[in-house]
Design a protein around this ligand. Structure first.
Ligand SMILES: O=P(O)(O)OC[C@H]1O[C@](O)(CO)[C@@H](O)[C@@H]1O
Length: 550
């Protein structure tokens, strides 16, 4: 029992029942499950908005799914979900509400935090972003020398970078090709250098994206960008107002930097960094795709929010995906989860999900501060499909690890591809369908022998199969579909955090490294003594200084 009288997860009868069920399931193969139920391929599917989800290739039966849903009920996932949507402070370690869902609520919605409806403020910022985006896109907003803006550089890191960078890549075919949009995040000066080296400063707008406006990487890059701009333009501080805008919750720090707070687009402490890209943090994306497309994206998010909030457990897609992850982590000892988009436009999708999932659920104490005795968030990894096939799929097919994987694909190619390239789409998708088939059903020794393979090679050419996958299929990668996909994963992560009883909305784990970096820096630059520096790190710092000739 915890402080609130909640039974610990691994002491719940529903958890024990799942453990017993897992034993009974043993090595049951997907071949057997499909043979026993000819309707499985169409029955184990769900539709959410434009997304078709096939979960038939999972190591589950109707009983598994019932038991998992009973676990969700016992853990009161629905209660926590409703508290989140109501604006209650479910991020208890930071005493904050968790309201990214309010960022895409319609104008007439009412969502209260501390008795105040936050929706009008959300739409006021969206309107301000739209007006600014149109001014940049039309050429009305000009730089210090009167030239129109042709380059936009977003400087931010983590949630202030990954979302817009990923979505810009995903929606490239919807972007204004007259604008160059780049993203700088790494404190390695090479990132900024490569982003601006071929740009004309007179035509460049920097968007400084930082919720706190204190993140060292972002402020360092922003300061270097300001130096670059003023040097290139041979201008004084006055030029900053025409070339820098800020996305932040911290007006004071924004003003200190020299940015006119009239050009600050605000958001709120109830938006977590990794849940923020549909807030003001999406400004670079909105400039790239235009306000109308951005609103379509928000509508896509909202559609899945409503699905998650209202769909019954049996038809609730984020609930199902969350439960499947819990199942494999707890009862198959799966350590990782692969996300494999069969769309080049989704090249950065998995990197984005890494922060969403791993910063949210990479926790080892529960909400009461007790160590957890069950697995929490998996290692999330993956790259676009066919490239992965020629790299690491070997391990998924024939390695020793259980790696549940999501395959995401589209019926139509997007964009203005030449006809010859459009024809390649069927080949891409043939790979998509072939892989999940091979992973699920494998190839038996008998099948290998029937091909006349020499006996000593039979074990090498046998595929065990039984590797679980989810297939997500949509017609086309549009702004709305991207919003739907992201919201699906956001709520999946929520479900898992709720079951594991962890706070999915704090990120104390990234703090220690930040503090230590600040302490170590003077040792590198000035050779200063750093109190408490361990022997290994001391020797490495000395080596570094020697290599730099200090
Ligand atoms: O937007 P900020 O305040 O610069 O923070 C950037 C990122 O740093 C973190 O706090 C830690 O990595 C993330 O949660 C956040 O997205």
């Amino acid at each position: 029992m915890n402080a609130e009288g909640r039974t610990r997860l691994n002491q719940m009868p529903e958890w024990t029942a799942l453990g017993k069920h897992r034993e009974q399931l043993g090595d049951t193969h997907l071949r057997e499950l499909f043979a026993a139920d000819p309707g499985r391929g169409t029955g184990y599917t769900l539709t959410v908005g434009d997304l078709h989800l096939d979960y038939s290739k999972h190591l589950v039966t109707d009983e598994t799914l019932d038991l998992l849903r009973e676990l969700a009920a016992a853990a009161d996932v629905a209660g926590l979900r409703d508290a989140m949507f109501r604006g209650e402070k479910i991020n208890t370690t930071e005493d904050r509400a968790v309201l990214h869902t309010a960022l895409r609520a319609p104008r007439e919605a009412v969502v209260e935090v501390d008795g105040e409806n936050v929706v009008p403020g959300v739409h006021a910022v969206l309107d301000k972003m739209a007006a600014f985006s149109e001014r940049v896109r039309s050429g009305e907003w000009t730089g210090h020398t009167g030239r129109r803006i042709r380059n936009v550089v977003n400087i931010g890191i983590g949630g202030s970078d990954l979302g817009p960078a990923m979505a810009y890549g995903a929606l490239r075919s919807f972007t204004d090709r007259g604008l160059t949009v780049r993203f700088v995040s790494n404190v390695d000066g090479a990132d900024l250098h490569e982003a601006v080296r071929d740009l004309d400063a007179a035509e460049t707008l920097f968007i400084i994206a930082s919720k706190t406006f204190t993140t060292i990487e972002t402020i360092t890059n922003a300061t270097s960008a300001r130096d670059w701009l003023l040097t290139e333009l041979r201008a004084d501080q006055a030029a900053v107002a025409k070339h820098f805008v800020a996305l932040s919750t911290n007006a004071e720090k924004v003003a200190d930097f020299g940015i006119d707070t009239a050009n600050m687009f605000e958001f709120w402490d109830w938006v977590g960094g990794r849940y923020s890209f549909d807030s003001a943090i999406g400004l670079s994306l909105m400039i790239a795709i235009g306000p109308d497309r951005f609103r379509e994206l928000l509508d896509g998010f909202h559609l899945v929010d409503e699905h998650f909030r209202t769909a019954p457990a049996e038809a609730n897609a984020p609930l199902l995906l969350g439960l499947l992850g819990v199942w494999y982590g707890a009862f198959f000892d799966a350590q990782s989860h692969a996300v494999l988009p069969y769309s080049h436009y989704l090249s950065k999708f998995t990197a984005y999900l890494q922060q969403l999932d791993m910063e949210s659920n990479g926790k080892s104490v529960d909400r009461d501060g007790n160590p957890v005795e069950w697995q929490t968030g998996p290692v999330v990894w993956g790259t676009p499909g066919t490239n992965g096939q020629h790299a690491y799929y070997q391990l998924i097919h024939q390695g020793t690890k259980v790696i549940p994987a999501d395959f995401i694909g589209f019926a139509e190619p997007v964009g203005d591809l030449r006809p010859g390239l459009v024809a390649q789409h069927d080949l891409l998708m043939a790979n998509f369908f072939a892989q999940t088939q091979a992973l699920a059903f494998g190839k038996t020794p008998e099948e290998v022998r029937a091909e006349g393979v020499a006996e000593e090679l039979v074990p090498h050419k046998t595929f065990r199969g039984n590797h679980p996958t989810t297939t997500v299929l949509a017609k086309e990668l549009t702004p709305s579909v991207l919003g739907q996909l992201i919201a699906l994963y956001e709520h999946k992560v929520f479900v898992q955090g709720a079951i594991w009883n962890i706070d999915s909305f704090d990120q104390w784990g990234v703090e220690l490294g930040k503090v230590l970096a600040k302490r170590v820096e003077p040792a590198l630059t000035e050779g200063a003594e750093v109190p408490g520096l361990d022997e290994s790190s001391k020797a490495l710092v000395a080596k570094y200084r020697a290599l730099r000739g200090r």
